[in-house]
Design a protein around this ligand. Structure first.
Ligand SMILES: NC(=O)c1ccc[n+]([C@@H]2O[C@H](COP(=O)([O-])OP(=O)(O)OC[C@H]3O[C@@H](n4cnc5c(N)ncnc54)[C@H](O)[C@@H]3O)[C@@H](O)[C@H]2O)c1
Length: 367
């Protein structure tokens, strides 16, 4: 994520477009300082992109007054401590999700940031995807009437790593290293549901490990101690019911790797990463249940594609631009560490619900 989405597709893309025009005659030119643990890897990355500044010493970079923003895309388990250091050094903070491995830690970061008076943001990229922006357009335009339910299907087959290398890092499958699909994906579902349909007020989840043994980057077998699938039901403020399946042990039989179907009294939509299709009540077929006869209708063909009607930028870059405008032009920005803590809270309560086998209320988080 740090390399491809944030460095190449966001920061370097901003430089390629000539910087970020703030609209008041100022153009921002982001100058990254790459920081990592392994000298050879960081140096190679800097050379590959012809970047002048890199380091293996985070403390030294944080002590540099010319550095304004700390961005974190490390493994989740290393995040909290580094963000604390960055806040203490008075840097603005932008970070990948989840912001911490537990709610208490996530709230502490939000509190520390508020006390220090720095600006802070958390990556919430899914709402900047073309498919979800189209879905938001439908919500804002009143297309659905009263929204009844949301059903999400996320996932794909992540190879075990024995006969074909896994396409995700192995730490994701070890709980002790901050892995697990609930910790990874529930923070996304929190802000997607919250921003589009209403705050999550309860969660009921069943998290499981379908594939108990995997092979790591060195080809060594290890026990998968973290959940690789989670089946969740969420109640939302306003009465919408959402149900989302998340799995790294499912083969894709959909058009996109994530899809949300929204059903409302006036119409329905199915949104993915890029596309969004709708069916209005006036074009809704009236199927009759009869297993003795083949279905005469091609149901999927009856939906209508939502046109783009605008240019969609990379979602990560779009959110970077908003964050930079927030830091340098005081533009409003609400995807902050408190919003990030809500995502961590939903993951924590989702795991608790699964462990205890019950539905759990999700109280509103405050500082
Ligand atoms: N927003 C999204 O859609 C999205 C998608 C995937 C991952 N993520 C988040 O991004 C973060 C990174 O995930 P990734 O898939 O890029 O993982 P990754 O393993 O590819 O990258 C993690 C980076 O952290 C470094 N690292 C590993 N162990 C470390 C340690 N102990 N201390 C410091 N650095 C360490 C690794 O060298 C690597 O550069 C995670 O927090 C994850 O939750 C977000």
């Amino acid at each position: 994520m740090g390399h491809r989405q944030h460095l190449v597709r966001s920061i370097l893309a901003l430089r390629e477009q000539g910087g970020l025009d703030l609209g008041d005659g100022t153009v921002l030119w982001p100058e990254p300082v790459l920081v990592g643990r392994r000298e050879h890897a960081v140096r190679a990355l800097a050379e590959q992109h012809r970047l002048e500044h890199w380091s293996t010493d985070l403390d030294a970079v944080l002590a540099d007054p010319s550095v304004a923003i700390y961005f974190d895309a490390q493994v989740t388990s290393a995040r909290e401590e580094s963000i604390k250091k960055a806040i203490a050094a008075g840097k603005h903070v932008y970070t990948e999700k989840p912001t911490a491995t537990g709610l208490a830690g996530a709230l502490e970061l939000a509190r520390l940031a508020q006390e220090k008076g720095i600006k802070h943001g958390v990556v919430q990229d899914k709402i900047f995807l073309p498919g979800l922006l189209k879905l938001k357009r439908l919500v804002d335009g009143g297309f659905f009437g009263r929204v009844l339910s949301v059903r999400g299907e996320f996932g794909y087959w992540v190879f075990e790593g024995d006969w074909q290398p896994a396409q995700r890092p192995s730490w994701n499958y070890r709980a002790e290293d901050g892995g697990g699909i609930v910790v990874d994906m529930f923070p996304h579902w929190e802000y997607v549901l919250h921003e589009l349909f209403g705050r999550v007020t309860s969660v009921q989840a069943l998290a499981t490990t379908h594939v108990p043994q995997r092979w790591d980057e060195q080809g060594k077998p290890y026990d998968a101690t973290a959940d690789d699938a989670a089946y969740g039901i969420f109640e939302l403020e306003g009465g919408v019911v959402a149900q989302i399946n998340s799995s790294w042990a499912v083969r894709v039989n959909r058009d996109e790797l994530v899809e949300f179907q929204v059903d409302g009294t006036e119409g329905s939509a199915v949104a993915g990463l890029r596309k969004c299709r709708v069916q209005h009540r006036s074009t809704t077929p009236k199927p009759v249940w009869n297993p003795d006869l083949p279905t005469p209708e091609a149901f999927r063909a009856q939906w209508q594609e939502i046109p783009d009607n605008q240019d969609f930028a990379n979602g990560f870059k779009a959110q970077w631009e908003l964050f930079l405008r927030h830091v340098y032009a005081d533009a409003p920005y609400h995807w902050d560490l408190l919003a990030g803590a809500r995502g961590v809270q939903l993951a924590e309560l989702g795991l608790k619900s699964s462990a205890e086998g019950r539905r759990i209320e999700v109280p509103e988080v405050t500082l």
